[in-house]
Ligand binder design. Structure first.
Ligand SMILES: Nc1ncnc2c1ncn2[C@@H]1O[C@H](COP(=O)(O)OP(=O)(O)OP(=O)(O)O)[C@@H](O)[C@H]1O
Length: 577
């Protein structure tokens, strides 16, 4: 991508900030070359007015240069704020299948956090700065050309060549900075970062202490860092050598230019004023050749910009990233959620997870979908809730559903908010929150919370408490029950009790059945022994409905359900003894 495209971001800064940045950049660019006019007059004619004029111009240049920094920072902050909001909105709206793509996740991270401390806004502002520096050099060349016409293009060409050489050495492909971005170096640095986090962080602290692996991990970290830093040091040495060559060229260029000016002056071709103006102009031209921090900002900040553009304007082919579904006849309106002959394959997978699956949930029905691990239960929930968008959409999605996912969210917020987030717009009272907690047998949870419903559910907060896996699961269930009380008509629960033992699971399931009387309930579980009271039990096997019916009916059938039910009941009974 050409960095010039970054210019499109500048209007996001807002007209006031953009105007201030533009005026200061132009001032910084042209006041230097303009100062040669009063300087020339001062040398030729003297006089206080020329001194004042020269001082005013130089002061103006200093003023513009100094204020351009904070103005640029403010513009960059605003651009980044607007861009991040757009990226967040795009990420929230995109189909789950696309969001789960590792490349898309990397783009979201890059667009939101920047690259090596540089953001898209900083890159756009740096581009304006680079344009200002180039304008200053060009104006200097014009002043120089007014005295020695042939010297100006030579000095300008030299300066541009130096600037490009430095850019290539530092931030160009294969340059020192890009070395750290090479896939091998990124992997090395990520490994070192992971090991550093592991040794210093609380996550693995228990195992590190018990097994005494700190020495081992620190050794690994040192090795990983050395593997990263050795090629970096080699790259830096190459840059130093390259810089020596560029510096030599710069010295030769400056010596040639100033030598020529001295020779022309000695020969009487240049007067004192013309000499002073030419020297000042040549210095402005050569200043561009030295390069500046803008090179880094543009190179690194372009990466988050490109990531943001990929997210905001995905190429049409990227729909191949979304989940595909080959479906049968359309679901009819007015019925519960369901799907007709749906075959579903995850992106990047060859084998379909669901194969010609037929399942329609009747309104008011309490349906249990059971199956062994990996049978496709969670996938079924993702399709039913519309989180995956099949290419031809004949899945009747449950838009009016409260859903508890297997990997539900643990909000680091007070317990009250954790429940109320099920229906943020609903003005529920504390009594409603407590009723939802009671519905999932979670009232005893309050006993361990010093500030009751106000207790933040995170140890990162003063007075906060963390919960056990089972307690968190009950909070997630209470959130869905609260949503149901707030008006949702369908409750979909994916493995509601993965963190609970079989008896607690049965207890919660029974309570949910009572609570959802007259509403539609879809519940998935890999425990066959706990769903006997469901109106209908669907056995999922190999991505298709293998058996369905009531508990007694399926037992009498003597198939998978009967077999797995018998096995799991025996295990539970054995564990209870
Ligand atoms: N996002 C995904 N991308 C690719 N494959 C996936 C994805 N999610 C699940 N799968 C695969 O789809 C298959 C079915 O997974 P799913 O989570 O639907 O099963 P499940 O019946 O809910 O299992 P469990 O009882 O263990 O939760 C598994 O082989 C799993 O590896």
């Amino acid at each position: 991508m050409s960095p010039v495209r970054l210019v499109r971001l500048l209007p996001l800064a807002g007209s006031r900030r953009l105007l201030a940045l533009g005026a200061l950049s132009v001032g910084a660019a042209v006041l230097g070359p303009l100062s040669t006019i009063p300087l020339g007059r001062l040398i030729d004619h003297g006089g206080a007015s020329q001194v004042i004029a020269l001082l005013l111009v130089l002061l103006g240049q200093e003023f513009c240069t100094a204020l351009r920094e904070p103005a640029g920072a403010a513009a960059a902050r605003r651009i980044d704020g607007v861009l991040r909001a757009r990226v967040r909105a795009a990420a929230t709206a995109m189909p789950l299948a696309r969001l789960e793509n590792p490349q898309v996740q990397a783009d979201v991270r890059l667009a939101l956090t920047g690259h090596r401390g540089r953001t898209a806004g900083m890159a756009a502002v740096a581009l304006a700065g680079e344009a200002s520096r180039a304008t200053s050099a060009l104006s200097g060349a014009v002043v120089l050309a007014a005295h020695v016409w042939w010297l100006a293009p030579v000095a300008l060409a030299l300066s541009i060549a130096q600037n490009r050489r430095i850019a290539a050495m530092l931030v160009g492909p294969g340059g020192a900075e890009s070395l750290a971005d090479s896939p091998e170096q990124v992997v090395r640095l990520r490994r070192a970062g992971y090991l550093a986090e592991l040794t210093g962080g609380p996550g693995a602290a228990k195992e590190i202490r018990v097994f005494g692996v700190d020495g081992f991990l620190i050794g690994r970290y040192v090795a990983a860092m050395r593997a990263f830093l050795t090629p970096q040091a080699r790259g830096r040495r190459a840059v130093v050598r390259g810089y020596a060559a560029v510096l030599g060229l710069q010295l030769a260029g400056a010596a040639g230019t100033f030598g020529t000016l001295a020779w022309l002056t000695a020969a009487g071709a240049l007067g004192a004023a013309a000499l002073a103006q030419s020297v000042l102009a040549a210095l402005l031209v050569f200043a561009y050749g030295a390069g500046g921090y803008q090179l880094f900002e543009i190179a690194h900040g372009s990466k988050p910009y490109e990531a943001a553009m990929r997210l905001l304007h995905p190429p049409p082919t990227s729909t191949s990233n979304s989940a595909t579904a080959v479906t049968g006849p359309s679901a009819r309106d007015g019925e519960g959620p369901g799907m007709v002959r749906v075959t579903f394959t995850y992106p990047g997978r060859a084998e379909p997870v669901l194969k010609e699956l037929d399942l329609r949930v009747r309104p008011g029905e309490r349906l249990a979908v059971v199956g062994l691990n990996g049978a496709g239960k969670t996938t079924l929930v993702k399709l039913l809730t519309g989180l995956y968008t099949p290419q031809s959409c004949t899945v009747g999605t449950a838009e009016d559903a409260a859903v508890v996912f297997q990997d539900f969210t643990r909000y680091p917020l007070p317990l009250r908010d954790n429940v109320r987030l099920g229906a943020p717009a609903y003005e529920g009272t504390d009594a409603d929150v407590l009723a939802a907690l009671a519905a999932v047998d979670a009232l005893d949870l309050l006993e361990g919370l010093p500030r009751g419903l106000d207790t933040p559910l995170s140890r990162s907060y003063t007075g906060g408490r963390d919960l056990s896996g089972g307690q968190w699961q009950k909070v997630a269930l209470a959130r869905a029950v609260y949503a149901l009380d707030a008006g949702r008509r369908i409750l979909i629960v994916d493995e509601p009790t993965a963190h609970l033992d079989a008896r607690a699971e049965q207890e919660v399931f029974e309570r949910l059945l009572d609570r959802t009387r007259g509403r539609t309930l879809v519940l998935t579980s890999h425990r066959f022994a706990t769903v006997r009271r469901a109106d209908r039990i669907v056995v999922l096997d190999g991505g298709a409905v293998a058996e369905q019916g009531g508990h007694a009916e399926l037992l009498a059938l003597g198939g998978r359900y009967a077999r797995w039910h018998r096995l799991q009941t025996a295990l539970i009974a054995g564990a209870g003894r």
